[in-house]
Design a protein around this ligand. Structure first.
Ligand code: CA
Length: 229
């Protein structure tokens, strides 16, 4: 099975560093220097499972690339490459549909761990047990990795799907943010707990009747989240 990753980065030294390390980790790396080129390469290689997008680029920026890719592809895992000064950009990037971000400068181990985690989420390694979980009004199909609410399809990213599955398999149980991070992103994940909150905020917008007053994903203050009542 192809382990294809796309790297969009205009600075050739950084791109080279990423390519060398991901190649060493067993990935087939496809490179792009501009957002436009990245969109083209993604079209040519529909089997790319994970994409890394730099934000500051000469043409369209990484956020716009992310937005355009996400509009038609919910399966691909997307990691934004951010600079230290872009704290707010991180959050914005996640809200436009990215699954994760890595802050430059990053170590090879950190980068590889992030890509590995998303690759698993994107259905690269683990075969799902076929079946369905039904909890009114939600139907989760673990074969197609899809979610319906009242019979209507809800478009989820792979990370959002994994969070939904975790909740529906643990109804009524308070889950700490650390547990959620472990279950959804994997134990070897290096990231910050904030990524849990950002993804859940986005998931609420998709599945709650009123995201301001959520009834399905409930906040357990100072701890984490709970599915249901
Ligand atoms: Ca750049």
């Amino acid at each position: 099975m192809a382990r294809k990753v796309l790297v969009l980065e205009d600075e050739s030294s950084i791109r080279g560093f990423i390519v060398i390390n991901l190649t060493r980790a067993g990935y087939e790396v496809i490179e792009a220097e501009t957002g436009e080129e990245a969109l083209e390469k993604l079209k040519e290689n529909p089997d790319i499972r994970v994409a890394l997008f730099d934000i500051m680029l000469p043409g369209i920026d990484g956020f716009e690339v992310c937005r355009r890719v996400r509009a038609t592809n919910t399966r691909i895992g997307i990691i934004m490459l951010t600079a230290r000064s872009q704290e707010m950009d991180k959050v914005t990037g996640l809200m436009t549909g990215a699954d994760d971000y890595v802050t430059k400068p990053f170590s090879p181990a950190e980068l590889t761990a992030r890509v590995d985690a998303l690759f698993r989420r994107a259905g690269g390694a683990v075969a799902e047990q076929a079946g369905e979980i039904y909890q009114e009004p939600f139907l989760l199909n673990t074969r197609n990795r899809t979610l319906e609410k009242n019979g209507q399809r809800v478009k989820l990213t792979q990370v959002e799907y994994s969070i939904m599955k975790m909740f529906m398999e643990n109804p009524g149980k308070a889950l700490s943010r650390e547990e959620i991070l472990d279950m959804v992103w994997g134990r070897d994940y290096f990231g910050e707990l904030k990524i849990v909150d950002v993804n859940i905020r986005r998931l609420r917008l998709k599945i709650e009747d009123n995201a301001q007053n959520p009834t399905f994903i409930n906040t357990v203050w100072g701890y984490g989240y709970k599915w249901g009542f």
